[in-house]
Design a protein around this ligand. Structure first.
Ligand SMILES: *[C@@H]1O[C@H](CO)[C@@H](O)[C@H](O)[C@H]1NC(C)=O
Ligand SMILES: *[C@@H]1O[C@H](CO)[C@@H](O)[C@H](O)[C@H]1NC(C)=O
Ligand SMILES: *[C@@H]1O[C@H](CO)[C@@H](O)[C@H](O)[C@H]1NC(C)=O
Ligand SMILES: *[C@@H]1O[C@H](CO)[C@@H](O)[C@H](O)[C@H]1NC(C)=O
Ligand SMILES: *[C@@H]1O[C@H](CO)[C@@H](O)[C@H](O)[C@H]1NC(C)=O
Ligand SMILES: *[C@@H]1O[C@H](CO)[C@@H](O)[C@H](O)[C@H]1NC(C)=O
Ligand SMILES: *[C@@H]1O[C@H](CO)[C@@H](O)[C@H](O)[C@H]1NC(C)=O
Ligand SMILES: *[C@@H]1O[C@H](CO)[C@@H](O)[C@H](O)[C@H]1NC(C)=O
Ligand SMILES: *[C@@H]1O[C@H](CO)[C@@H](O)[C@H](O)[C@H]1NC(C)=O
Length: 897
């Protein structure tokens, strides 16, 4: 028993010792790019474990370098690589890392003529959203390296390869090493340093020194400049004082150089000119330790000069203890002449043990808002989306993820405002992480195979203006909060392909009205009624558990607009007198008659359209149709509350639209002199188009509006557009108009085909709607009075031919619009007003194009804040080279004065 215990204790001790002997590789990510999936191994020399790259990237293909370039001395990592022939940006996502911690990341590239092309290759390496380094490969046998010190901005770091049309980007290995927070104080959240040189002076070997001698696995390049420099060394250990900010390994500091015959050590480098023409800014870190003698009078004392001026000194390194002279702000010179000069009080010449030179990454771009990144990465993982979804979602702007539109500002990180995943083959439920895209305005998940319920959390997206869920297999009811945002708020909700019951076909005997389309709809109606029966049966068993898309819309329509009775209501003439307070307030006069304002018992405001002194002929048909129309409910249709068919009076009672008609707004007839802008015009157009689409597609048989025009598009209190006077059918007009065989509809809006066929179809409404669109774009009337009477579509056609947008756009919009959005709608309007009805699109097409135009307009507004973010130049006004060489600091040897 005792001996067993002893054995366990002993082995535990030896284990601990074993771990201490080699610094641990905890937090290291060591990727050998291009090895077979699942492979991993420990490096022969460093014993660092390397793994394959498949968990870190979605794209690219594996290759081995050509056999000619293989050798025993070649590190294993360099014999394979991953190459990225497709896509302009391909990324590795390094994780896990801890947000806010400091890391060094190193990438290596060895071409080795893997593709047999033997051509030079140039591509860019990006750290997150900013250029890290341009990799210029001209020698197939050389190893190219890039290293950066950075602070993790998120729980992952992306490293991207960006093609420059000069060969296929590739990578051989990628290594990430954690650093201590207090190390390299010049590195912080806004400042990442790219390694230029890291030199181990006077090294005895010609191999770079790295892990495990350097626990941070920095590569120290051996450097001696003989015969002018003499190497010196010690076998004593060189200590780092506590909290040393560089922690240079002892074995690096144990060697140094000193001038052979002279009193100064000199070196220089030229600043690299960046693509934007400016010079890179540099940090210089020099590391010293006295290794020759412990006697106080045998110490080297020196001054450091930059381009001939004293930069720092005198400085006397401590015996066997590291000290540093280093910049705290970066230098911004085109050339750096560094001279370490023996002080006249010093017996010994100067020494230099190690040096590091870094350039600063220019921050040209801000990374996307962290919350959006986390959310979109989760959505990517949830749906396993590949596309070009790599690296930062929004930045740089030319690499925005497909299907995203972002807003940019100089002050704040980009935000995702549009997510279009339409027709992306998505399956499963709508993921909850969508709710974290808090700035999203447009969300399109249409035509996928999404299942499950429409989640509540979508209502939390307070910026959401357009939500398209069309063409999925979602079930359940629309969450009330979401529905509320849609009925009472600015949200446009599309859950089409879920026909609600809008059955306006019944005993009216209006056979002539029934289109050949009826057969098609009959089948649909049958299916629909089956579904409803099924639904009712289910309802008995389980309340509220709904079964299909159809029911979705049912709920939606049913729970809308509480104050309006869904039952048609018949009023007597006396009641109308009451409601309108004896026809006190006349608010309009239209083709149908005079319109009066009134209040129902409950206080609901109504508009009463009166037609007096009519023959009762046709009143039966009128009643029947009116009854039907009270059943048509859509948020973009003015609700018909009831009607009156009393003695000689016929009347229709509509909900009152307090903000008047679109015509009023366009003509400035309303009190406000405000001009409605393009985005608002588009919104009104979309809403009106949706109302019309519903009449055409949602109703069985389709209802033809017959009189679409700006004065029939009314605006509610909340400025929601609703179509008025819909479905006043032919019989209605004929029986009520003295000029019965005359034109139905309004001059300027009427389908030109009507004059030859005397038939109206849905496409006639499309024509009229096209005219409305033209009015919205141009601010002109349907028929221009001057110079001679001219239809707006002819007027437009002439101007479109010139291709000059200012020839036709309403000048009152003050050029505040996205030009592409205008062009899109202009094109659409011309399609709608095609002379032949068969060439006009249907309303579903019109709605879809208008929504696209609105998305364009909205995203261009976001873009108007655009400006690129540049790292600001040092604000110091001093112009001396020394000042521009960077502010300098030192630790270790105080001056020997
Ligand atoms: C590269 O070589 C290794 C053997 O050294 C082999 O297993 C691997 O399949 C090769 N990879 C490719 C992409 O040819
Ligand atoms: C790449 O390097 C070669 C020589 O090494 C040089 O001629 C060429 O201009 C460089 N290309 C770029 C884009 O830096
Ligand atoms: C990062 O360091 C630079 C100096 O190197 C400094 O100007 C900047 O303010 C620092 N940024 C933060 C966020 O600390
Ligand atoms: C250094 O000086 C010695 C004699 O003073 C001379 O022999 C030697 O060549 C010099 N070396 C160099 C590199 O100038
Ligand atoms: C250096 O000399 C001082 C006394 O001058 C002594 O205290 C110290 O231990 C010596 N250090 C070494 C490493 O020999
Ligand atoms: C310098 O040190 C030596 C011994 O190494 C000693 O002989 C000499 O006196 C010292 N000189 C001064 C000026 O302290
Ligand atoms: C650096 O030194 C060289 C050679 O001594 C000289 O030609 C050059 O002008 C110096 N550069 C600066 C910026 O002082
Ligand atoms: C040492 O150099 C400084 C200037 O660098 C000078 O002021 C001083 O007189 C010199 N001392 C000796 C002993 O030469
Ligand atoms: C949806 O799923 C069904 C069967 O599960 C399949 O037939 C259909 O193609 C899928 N549709 C899409 C858009 O992926």
């Amino acid at each position: 028993m005792n001996s067993l215990l002893l054995w366990i204790t002993l082995s535990a001790i030896s284990c601990t010792i074993g771990v201490q002997a080699q610094p641990n590789t905890q937090g290291f990510i060591s990727i050998d790019c291009g090895i077979s999936e699942g492979r991993s191994y420990d490096d022969e020399i460093t014993e660092i474990p390397y793994i394959c790259d498949t968990p870190f990237t979605d794209s690219g293909a594996n290759y081995n370098i050509s056999a000619n370039y293989l050798s025993n001395s070649l590190p294993t990592q360099l014999s394979s690589l991953r190459s990225f022939p497709d896509g302009s940006r391909n990324c590795y996502t390094l994780r896990p890392v801890l947000k806010g911690l400091k890391y060094s990341i190193r990438a290596m590239f060895m071409y080795g003529n893997y593709d047999g092309l033997n051509k030079p290759i140039v591509f860019d390496l990006h750290l997150g959203v900013n250029l890290w380094k341009t990799i210029n490969i001209s020698d197939a046998s050389r190893v190219y390296m890039a290293e950066v010190l950075t602070v993790a901005e998120a729980h992952f770091i992306s490293v991207c390869l960006v093609g420059t049309n000069s060969g296929t980007p590739f990578i051989s290995s990628l290594e990430l090493r954690p650093l201590k927070m207090y190390m390299y104080p010049a590195v912080n959240a806004t400042s990442s340093l790219v390694l230029f040189r890291r030199l181990n002076m006077g090294s005895a070997t010609d191999q770079p020194l790295r892990y495990p001698e350097d626990p941070y696995d920095r590569l120290w390049e051996p450097y001696t400049y003989s015969p002018y420099w003499t190497s010196i060394s010690t076998t004593f250990n060189v200590e780092n004082p506590p909290k040393d900010v560089f922690e240079v390994p002892s074995s690096v500091l144990q060697t140094a150089v000193m001038p052979t015959n002279a009193t100064s050590l000199k070196f220089y480098w030229d600043a690299i000119r960046e693509r934007d023409g400016t010079f890179s800014q540099y940090h210089l870190f020099m590391h010293f330790a006295e290794i020759q003698s412990n006697a106080s009078n045998r110490t080297s004392i020196f001054n450091v000069h930059l381009n001939g001026d004293l930069w720092d000194g005198p400085f006397a390194p401590n015996y066997l203890s590291s000290g540093h002279i280093y910049t705290t702000t970066p230098g911004s010179l085109y050339q750096y002449n560094i001279s370490i000069n023996q002080a006249n009080t010093s017996v010994l010449p100067p020494i230099l043990n190690a040096v590091e030179i870094y350039s600063l990454i220019k921050l040209k771009e801000l990374a996307t808002d962290f919350r959006d990144i986390v959310a979109i990465m989760a959505i990517k993982a949830h749906f396993q989306i590949k596309r070009n979804w790599m690296g930062d979602p929004c930045a740089p702007r030319n690499f925005v993820w497909e299907g995203l539109i972002c807003s940019y500002s100089i002050y704040a990180p980009p935000r995702i405002t549009t997510l279009n995943l339409s027709s992306s083959g998505l399956t499963g439920e709508i993921p909850a992480t969508l709710a974290n895209l808090s700035e999203i305005k447009y969300l399109d998940l249409s035509y996928n195979n999404l299942t499950g319920e429409i989640p509540d959390f979508l209502a939390k997206l307070t910026s959401l203006q357009l939500l398209i869920l069309t063409g999925n297999q979602l079930n359940g009811s629309i969450p009330p909060a979401l529905l509320g945002r849609s009925t009472d708020g600015p949200l446009i909700l599309s859950i089409e392909d879920n026909s609600p019951p809008c059955d306006v076909e019944n005993s009216c005997n209006n056979k002539k009205n029934i289109a050949p389309l009826r057969e098609i709809f009959l089948a649909t109606a049958l299916l629909l009624s089956l579904l409803i029966v099924f639904y009712l049966l289910r309802m008995r068993k389980k309340e509220k558990e709904l079964v299909s898309d159809t029911i979705v819309k049912l709920q939606k329509e049913g729970s809308q607009k509480a104050p309006i009775q869904s039952e048609s209501r018949q009023f007597t003439y006396g009641e109308l007198e009451n409601i309108t307070n004896n026809f006190e307030l006349q608010i309009g006069k239209g083709g149908f008659g005079t319109v009066f304002h009134g209040y129902l018992d409950g206080g609901t405001q109504v508009a009463v359209k009166m037609r007096s002194q009519t023959s009762s002929q046709g009143s039966k048909e009128f009643m029947c149709e009116a009854q039907l129309l009270t059943r048509v409910h859509h948020r973009n249709l003015v609700p018909l509350i009831g009607y009156c068919n009393d003695d000689h009076y016929l009347a229709l009672v509509y909900e009152y639209m307090s903000e008047g008609s679109l015509e009023d707004h366009m003509r400035g007839k309303t009190d406000s002199t405000r001009v409605i802008g393009w985005e608002e015009r588009l919104r009104i157009a979309i809403e009106a188009a949706q109302g019309l689409e519903y009449l055409h597609k949602g109703c069985k048989p389709p209802v033809i509006h017959r009189d679409v025009k700006t004065s029939n598009i009314l605006l509610s209190e909340k400025l929601e557009a609703k179509l008025a006077d819909f479905g006043l059918s032919k019989s209605f007009h004929e029986s009520l108009t003295h000029v019965s065989t005359a034109v139905v509809g309004t001059v300027g809006y009427l389908d030109p085909e009507y004059y030859s066929t005397f038939k109206l179809s849905e496409k006639s409404d499309v024509y009229s709607f096209g005219v409305v669109l033209l009015e919205l774009i141009t601010g002109q009337r349907a028929v221009l009075p001057r110079p001679e009477k001219c239809h707006i579509s002819h007027w437009m056609r002439q101007r479109l031919a010139n291709g000059n947008i200012s020839d036709f756009v309403d000048t009152r919009m003050q050029e505040v619009y996205d030009v592409n959005s205008i062009w899109k709608v202009a094109d659409l309007a011309m399609k709608c007003t095609a002379a032949t009805s068969s060439r006009r699109p249907n309303m579903a097409y019109v709605v879809a194009r208008l929504k696209e135009a609105l998305a364009m307009e909205a995203s261009s507004q976001d873009r108007s804040y655009e400006m690129s973010v540049q790292a600001s130049e040092s604000s110091e006004s001093e112009t001396s080279d020394v000042a521009r060489g960077g502010r300098i600091n030192r630790v270790g040897g105080p001056a020997g004065r």
